[in-house]
Design a protein around this ligand. Sequence first.
Ligand SMILES: Nc1ncnc2c1ncn2[C@@H]1O[C@H](COP(=O)(O)OP(=O)(O)OP(=O)(O)O)[C@@H](O)[C@H]1O
Ligand SMILES: [Mg+2]
Length: 410
Amino acid sequence: MEYALTPKQNDVILEYITEEPKITLLSGAKRAGKTYLAILMYLNHIAQYENQGLSFIIGGSTQASIRRNILNDMELFVGELKLDKTNAVTIFGNKVYCFDGANADAWKKVRGFTAAGALMNEGTALHDTFVKEVISRCSYEGARIVIDTNPENPSHSVKTDYIDHDGQRLSNGRLNIKAFNFKLIDNTFLDPEYIESIIASTPSGMFTERDIHGNWVAAEGAIYKDFDEKRHFIDSIDHSKIVKYFVGVDWGYEHNGVIVVMGKDAPGAYYLIEEHAERHMEIDYWVNVAKDVQRRYGNIIFWCDSARPEHIARFRKEDIKAKNGHKNVLHGIETVAKKIKTDQFKVVRKNAPLFDKEIFMYVWNSDKGEPVKEWDDCMDSVRYAVFSEEITGHRKSDKSTHDALQSLGL
Ligand SMILES: Nc1ncnc2c1ncn2[C@@H]1O[C@H](COP(=O)(O)OP(=O)(O)OP(=O)(O)O)[C@@H](O)[C@H]1O
Ligand SMILES: [Mg+2]
């Protein structure tokens, strides 16, 4: 095998080979070179047992992610890897079984196994019971475990149960746990321009700490830290720039119900054009608001909070193009926060009083690593709209936009 390593990878693999920790953790920034190294370490380990017909484990959140993150890169070193019926591949004369480990009952699949090693990818995406079962299955003499992961909340079990015990030794003196931290700049194979652009577009605070510096920090304080009144509030919108309109909907009765109309320009910037926020309104009221929006903007998509399917069904009955908004909270927030950081998010201030109120009140619950469920109604509707559009709609224009422009006389 011929390969070059980054200086960081070199340091880590040297310690891995000389100190022989039973469990090795590579945690840190995205794209830092963790998985690439984890694969090399694991192949090095399997090679020690060449042609012994032993069992090894690869764990990842899904079979698809194992293929994408592990097997594809592994093929660079050992040639084509085809899974057999039991989701196993043969490497250096041993069987390597692939298990998806995201779900609560995933650990059952590895029950009864005796393995001589395990590679677990994206440790925090795996269920805690799976991680622990896999480790306890590695009972063959000399078995070693490598886990790579991005950082999350510092209360996560990957941190508290393993990383925080860095340096722990077994009673026989063998090093049990060794943890290494990676930063984005550790990957010297990345183009410096790429690194610069990633740093420039990563939201301040938690996202920069985790994704760039690789630190396990809690989410705290304001969620949209880069929002700047001077740069991100605008007085009016130039409709000639908008190539697509769409809507975000957060249902509410005791809390505010919110409908926001968003626009997107050709380079991909988002505009909050108008906001409708009311409490104690029945669904008939929201149908009227939606109908009015539809009359003015055309038959555009309404990305809705999926928690109230009966309201979505009612919208559809009224010929409103209502769809379930994409709800992954952290990814959604990161998407909006990136747009804010790169000045690709503007709000017509006079049309969005609730947004104006919430933007600086919308904060993290540090313990849970999720937003405090207050001052979040407009924020949620914006998140559904922007995140759903980002992951589904890369067409710059469509018929409804054309209709909308016509109806606005543009
Ligand atoms: N030593 C190396 N030689 C060549 N390419 C490398 C090397 N190390 C890493 N890379 C490449 O750099 C990119 C990022 O590496 P890798 O996937 O290992 O990062 P990661 O830390 O696992 O990132 P993520 O947290 O996003 O999963 C990949 O395209 C990988 O192939
Ligand atoms: Mg990786």
